[in-house]
Design a protein around this ligand. Structure first.
Ligand code: 6GU
Length: 225
């Protein structure tokens, strides 16, 4: 899979992309991730990328010219133009279904917003999908893009050591349940004991218990959020 990231702050991604899981996946050639700086597509002596909104209001918007030129340049670098995603708080809320959808694509182009956001014509001009990672405001789309890359990359075959573990994760599988509690050694910690069923060796009982716990945890979560 190829992932392009378009941003005014490529330096924010270096530690993240070289980190353990992603770094290894990139080295193994499982995912090809490239960064492109919007500033390189700005014109004029000041290389301006932002301007005030028409109609007034606070803050600055990313100008459509440099962003669209940058996206089109990046799309032209490979045979496959890719699915363009603008990261913006007003977009479609990211969940595991959307992550799975994005992971099936051969190529995605993630565009990070800054300031008060994108000029509305950017999405129209390039046929982009707008995505948000939740109902709160970040200072830019970079952290959101890292969230998308992390969640998508771990679904690429071979990226996780154990393929079964992605299927067991919270929000995966047909019921979209969150995982219930899990335990490792020791059997007793500060007077708290591992549930007896998990030590029983009875796999059917363990499976039934885990499912019951996952349903309860999912219900609990629905009532608090
Ligand atoms: Cl994608 N961008 C920004 N700036 N804030 C956000 C977001 C994205 N998703 C949630 N909040």
């Amino acid at each position: 899979m190829r992932i392009d990231i378009i941003t005014l702050f490529p330096g924010m991604f270096t530690g993240f992309l070289d980190g353990s899981l992603l770094g290894a996946a990139r080295t193994a050639g499982l995912v090809d991730i490239r960064l492109t700086d919007i500033r390189d597509f700005a014109e004029g002596p000041h290389r301006q990328v932002d301007d005030r909104p028409f109609g007034g209001g606070p803050g600055m918007l990313l100008m459509p010219g440099p962003v669209v030129s940058c996206i089109e340049h990046v799309q032209g670098l490979s045979q496959h133009a890719g699915h363009v995603v603008l990261l913006t708080p007003g977009g479609r809320r990211l969940d595991q279904s959307l992550v799975e959808e994005l992971a099936t694509r051969e190529r995605i182009v993630l565009v990070c917003g800054r300031y008060e956001g994108f000029d509305a014509r950017v999405a129209a001009a390039v046929g982009a999908e707008e995505v948000s990672i939740g109902d709160y405001v970040l200072s830019g789309g970079e952290v959101a893009a890292m969230v998308v890359v992390d969640a998508v990359a771990r679904l690429i075959p071979g990226v996780l050591g154990d393929e079964a573990s992605a299927l067991q994760d919270s929000f995966s599988g047909p019921d979209r349940l969150v995982e219930g509690p899990q335990y490792t050694r020791p059997r007793e910690f500060r007077g708290l004991h591992v549930p007896e069923v998990l030590l029983s060796g009875d796999h059917r009982r363990i499976e039934a218990w885990r499912h019951e716990q996952a349903v309860a945890a999912t219900r609990r979560r629905a009532t608090i959020s």
